[in-house]
Design a protein around this ligand. Structure first.
Ligand code: GRF
Length: 196
């Protein structure tokens, strides 16, 4: 079975990347992470990638300050060189330009910590609490040029409890992120395999 060569983009601790790496140990998993891209040299996830024997590359935001197009072109070239076919954003804290999204149309997915279309952008847990929502959750979606607005692939809900803090709620949502992201990525990879 051919596995779809996949790059994961991170900026931080990389817990979602880790769940994707762990899931690919299943021999039936349709994707294989062969490259990790970070825009932050300090990202904790880089060590996790190394521990799993996955090559990583760093394109620091501060080095590319004011040169976003150059940063994306460099990333794009490496992805092509490494024969990457699918991109999973996992806490990648930089909005991709329409140019980049267009190059990778329907081949970039993202995990977002809210029940989209509710709460695109940042501080999703705080906003769900402030709105008095009884349910919250996470969404895996295709990336389009509009932030957190692409077609939804999978969602999971969690209850909001009376004594919730932002941290407690975030932790409850994160468990679901780790559960649904590997499933969603595998679905997209399977689909890609059938259409390629
Ligand atoms: C996650 O909450 C994810 O939903 C959001 O950024 C966070 C990344 O966490 N996009 P991690 O680096 O995967 O631990």
């Amino acid at each position: 079975m051919r596995k779809i060569p996949t790059a994961v983009f991170i900026s931080g601790r990389g817990s979602n990347m880790l769940s994707l790496l762990e899931s690919q140990k299943d021999p039936t998993c349709a994707y294989k992470i062969t490259l990790v891209i970070s825009n932050n040299a300090e990202a904790g996830g880089l060590q996790l990638a190394q521990d799993h024997g996955v090559q990583s590359a760093i394109f620091p935001n501060d080095w590319y300050k004011g040169r976003r197009q150059a940063q994306e072109e460099a990333i794009h070239s490496l992805l092509l060189e490494q024969k990457i076919e699918l991109i999973a954003l996992a806490g990648y804290m930089r909005v991709l330009t329409p140019w980049f999204v267009d190059q990778w149309c329907r081949r970039i997915v993202n995990i977002h910590p809210s029940l989209l279309p509710l709460y695109p952008g940042l501080h999703t847990h705080q906003r769900a609490l402030a709105s008095g929502d009884s349910q919250h959750g996470c969404t895996v979606h295709f990336v389009t040029a509009e932030l957190d607005a692409g077609p939804i692939i999978l969602q999971a809900t969690v209850p909001v409890l009376p004594d919730d803090t932002e941290e407690k709620l975030a932790a409850r949502v994160l468990v679901e992120e780790h559960r649904i992201y590997p499933r969603a990525l595998a679905l997209v990879a399977q689909q890609q395999e059938h259409t390629s």
